[in-house]
Design a protein around this ligand. Structure first.
Ligand code: G3P
Ligand code: MG
Length: 358
């Protein structure tokens, strides 16, 4: 052929191998760390045929604490060094909302509501400076949800204000609701309010505004797996409940934005973290560092949830390993999103992925 003379292009560069681990159902079952998880990470720390460190990050739809606190927990539990730059939680990517809401009043839903790891403090560290919680509103107006009461231990962490003057600009469901009933009521109160003021109703004489108050969810998992014998409801189930009550009380569909896996924004963020991680690990100007810079990593996602972990990996073009230690069960039939490999556990995922890549 008369094609141009061969020149090494980015296509020829071998993409360096990297891993992204889901946490619940892959590395842990509730508070229990799976023994095969520790062994899997030892393989990546150098216990492999090339005695080479292979970079990895954690992408969980869980959350509820700062990334640095999660990194400390993971390091202790998994017995490997973990930096905050290796941790992406569902709400990590909600940082992208800071430019919109940095100083505007927003209603945060989901705990923990009190220290340590109070979600409001985590949000403040991201740059949200004006956060109220459903607990604040419940303490302010106990009759708004008369079926439970604020615990006296929680009172020191309540933020007081004249709520007739606060116009909520948005609702952020940061983590799982600790009180579905109360939080469903208060979220819909705000969505139906007059200009976002708690305790008001949009006047029936005025047409509803075109734009609903924005509501954001940190992830959409319907189900997740822990140390209970049957899979548990995730934030996706909470969203369904709110959507339904909203629809039945307003006749409108609720509009919302969902973060976390399987959405591209989360995988984009993760891919960039892995690329930076590879560049910092590899000796400067080595082939690996160059490849990481130019073509990015070849990533394997190890997950237990086909609808989030595997779907997101397939959509993003990563390889994926589906494990049998969490949400996915063989008896539920073939997964809706086909992983590259289906394996018993995370150790098998790592062993088989490395065999395929090397
Ligand atoms: O609430 C946490 C759960 O939905 C998923 O966590 O680590 O399996 O993404 P993970
Ligand atoms: Mg999981």
């Amino acid at each position: 052929s008369n094609s141009a003379p061969t020149r090494s292009t980015t296509k020829d560069l071998q993409k360096p191998l990297a891993f992204a681990f889901d946490i619940d159902g892959v590395l842990k079952a509730g508070p229990i760390v799976l023994p095969e998880a520790k062994r899997a990470l030892q393989i990546l720390e150098g216990n492999n045929p090339r005695n080479q460190k292979i970079p990895y990050i954690f992408i969980t739809n869980g959350g509820g604490k700062h990334e640095s606190a999660r990194a400390t927990d993971l390091a202790r539990e998994l017995e490997v060094p973990v930096t905050p730059e290796q941790v992406i939680q569902a709400h990590t990517v909600m940082k992208s909302l800071v430019p919109l809401y940095a100083d505007k009043p927003i209603l945060m839903v989901g705990g923990p509501e009190t220290p340590p790891n109070a979600a409001r403090d985590v949000m403040r560290s991201y740059g949200f400076n004006n956060v109220y919680t459903t607990l604040d509103l419940h303490a302010h107006a106990p009759a708004a949800w008369p079926f439970s009461t604020v615990h006296p231990d929680q009172l020191p962490y309540v933020r007081r204000d004249d709520f007739s003057k606060v116009q909520f600009a948005a609702i952020l469901v940061f983590h799982d609701s600790r009180e579905w009933g109360r939080d469903t009521q208060i979220i819909i109160d705000i969505l139906r309010s007059h200009n976002g003021v708690f305790g008001t109703e949009h006047p029936p004489s005025e047409p509803l505004p075109d734009k609903q108050i924005p509501i954001y969810f940190s992830h959409g998992d319907l189900l997740w797996g822990n140390d209970h014998s049957v899979v548990r409801f995730g934030q996706g189930a909470f969203r369904l409940a709110i959507e339904n009550v909203y629809k039945h009380t307003t006749g409108r569909e609720m509009e919302s934005t969902v973060f976390g896996k399987p959405y591209r924004i989360t995988y984009d963020y993760a891919n960039e973290l892995l690329r930076q991680h590879l560049i910092s690990m590899a000796p400067a100007s080595s082939a690996t560092a160059e490849a990481a810079k130019l073509v990015g990593p070849s990533v394997w996602m190890v997950g237990d949830n086909t609808e989030s972990d595997i779907r997101g990996a397939v959509d993003f073009g990563w390889s994926s390993a589906l494990v049998r230690t969490g949400v996915y069960k063989d008896h539920n039939g073939p997964p809706n999103y086909t992983p590259t490999i289906l394996v018993d556990n995370v150790e098998q995922a790592v062993i088989q992925a490395i065999q395929r890549e090397w």
